[in-house]
Design a protein around this ligand. Structure first.
Ligand SMILES: [Zn+2]
Length: 266
């Protein structure tokens, strides 16, 4: 079984001490490729450097998270444009809107989002999207740009049926994390998995965040890591009513096509 991790914050300081071991454990667990999420200019720079050092295994996105949108000035966007020109960078993002905690103003978030969508169009790269408590504005902005975008994945989808249907109507891809494993918060999400077309579904851990709550032998420090992706796969497969091997093959094929990652057998 071969898996592709589409969202791991491997540049995060919580992986600084043992990053190589984390990567090795993931590969042993069947994760053949990982896309490192860029959440700021600095994190994107680090993600790109990590990917450049592990060709064919690590890839990167370049973007500014909505929480960091207040820092998305002209210089930051110019640096993202340069990063986006590197072959390891396979998507723009994560970018989008997060009205849950409002670490940046709505105006700053919308401006940073639109600029990154324009960059993705210019570079002909797909976008890696983040949306929390902001569906209506997020969908409205995305709808204006969708026709020119090569592809778009809503990462860590946790929304409602109506929100999912709106995203699928825009032909978006959907990323599912270990949120689905939460015995309470994951109930609604589990009921929606079967609605996602097999060629639009991808899986991710969002590590070091979102450690699956039902993981056996949970690490005491609560840190998630990409080696736990098979656990997310199993939960997605149960919710989809398909066997894990089928979901693994489908999500891996989908991720390869979406991020332009060549396969061992391609
Ligand atoms: Zn996110």
């Amino acid at each position: 079984m071969e898996l592709i991790e589409i969202g791991v914050n491997l540049a995060h300081r919580r992986f600084a001490a043992d990053r190589d071991a984390v990567i090795a454990r993931a590969r042993t667990a069947g994760v053949s490729a990982m896309v490192i999420t860029g959440t700021s200019v600095r994190a994107s720079r680090d993600a790109r450097a990590l990917a450049a050092a592990r060709p064919g295994v690590l890839w990167a996105t370049a973007g500014i998270h909505p929480h960091e949108a207040r820092d998305a000035g002209p210089e930051a966007l110019a640096e993202l444009r340069v990063l986006a020109g590197h072959p390891e960078v396979r998507a723009i993002g994560e970018c989008g809107l997060d009205f849950d905690r409002m670490f940046s103003s709505q105006a700053d978030q919308e401006r940073a989002f639109v600029h990154q969508l324009a960059l993705a169009v210019e570079r002909q790269l797909p976008v890696f999207l983040h949306e929390r408590a902001a569906h209506d504005r997020f969908a409205a902005i995305l709808r204006e740009h969708r026709a020119r975008l090569r592809g778009a994945v809503v990462h860590c989808f946790t929304g409602t049926a109506a929100e999912l249907d709106a995203y699928l109507a825009m032909d978006l891809h959907i990323g599912i994390t270990g949120w689905i494993c939460d015995e309470r918060r994951g109930v609604g999400l589990r009921a929606l998995i079967a609605r996602i077309p097999r060629d639009r579904l991808m899986i991710e851990t969002d590590a070091p965040f979102l450690l699956p709550r039902d993981l056996p032998n949970r690490p005491k420090d609560g840190r998630n890591e990409p080696a736990f992706l098979p656990h997310v796969l199993a939960a997605v497969a149960r919710a989809a009513g398909r066997d894990a091997a089928t979901v693994a093959a489908d999500t891996t094929r989908t991720a390869r096509a979406f991020f332009g990652i060549a396969g061992a057998r391609a």
